[in-house]
Ligand binder design. Sequence first.
Ligand code: NAD
Ligand code: UDP
Length: 319
Amino acid sequence: MSKILITGSAGFLGSHLTKELLGRGHEVVGVDNLATGRLSNLQDVMEHPNFRFIAYDVSDKSVIDLDGVQAVDEIYHLASPASPKLYQAASLETIYVNTIGTQNMLELAKTYNAKVLYASTSEAYGDPEVHPQPEEYRGNVNTWGPRACYDEAKRLGEVFCYEYHRLFQLRTKVVRLFNTYSAGLRNDDGRVISNFVTQALTGEDITVYGDGSQTRSFCYVDDTIRALILMMEMDEATGQIINIGNPTEHSVLDVALLVKQLTNTPSKITFHPLPEDDPKVRRPVIHRATDILGWYPEVSLEDGLKRTIQSYQAKLALI
Ligand code: NAD
Ligand code: UDP
């Protein structure tokens, strides 16, 4: 049994990871300032004897009060708004949590000689000119635009991990996550799957930005969580950056049509201006993940969407 600290544990990925690690018998300390997460995501485990929740802003320079936890073996640093709508509404906080917050977690890890996994993003590639994106691709990121607070802060977060590995031999690992989805995303999160599914189930218009020809590669949360844990466990992933995502690419319009078909909704598809700097294509090369971790995603978009729609239906009390 390991003692594991998860920042962002009340968020979408953090709450799924918390539950999975508790289920595997580990002790978990969840840290979150509830900026974009919700305690309701953790309600099933709040009373779990191996779980402790600490409300805390990890960008705060003061040392985190681990509330009696003597040491931690592993830190998953997931804290950060992730939806473009939410990170642009909290741009400075997004910069701080991925830079100062990352350094704070690396310092904590140094104190306890803990392993650190940092959740970076496919946004590190910006609006890519190389397609699909291997980890070696250095990206095409605009420093002077609405996505920069997220993209560039994540890139600097990666640099912190690199330097703590190089200077102090800290066992850091960086995962570049591509779009992950499932139940657990807030209905008002603003990301495409939560928007489309909520809109379809409530009979509102399905809002496609641009002409919908831009592409993304959607990974179901169970596949992503499995990869995060493998990455933390495997020594071969230390000092590495690894893409985690589903290499099957879909246009946004195709996703809208699929959601419409699976929900059998009367909602209309409507078209709206494409947000500034919206990446035109995105698809991961996952050779490192398959070679190093032996990982490959198992859930197709159609199956994942069916599960997601069912959960949203239950949440919206429509069934
Ligand atoms: P989320 O917004 O649901 O969860 C993030 C959590 O971090 C929230 O609970 C929020 O309250 C918390 N948080 C934010 N700032 C904090 C701070 N200063 N101190 C403490 N807690 C703080 O987002 P998510 O989708 O679960 O993403 C988790 C991580 O994975 C993020 O770092 C994100 O950038 C990364 N990521 C996610 C995706 C994806 O598709 N879900 C893709 C790429 C990268
Ligand atoms: N998108 C859309 N309608 C929405 C929300 C998003 O067409 O209601 C598009 C968005 O412009 C982008 C893609 O869907 O091209 C994925 O957006 P999301 O915000 O989920 O994440 P991103 O991959 O852009 O970070």
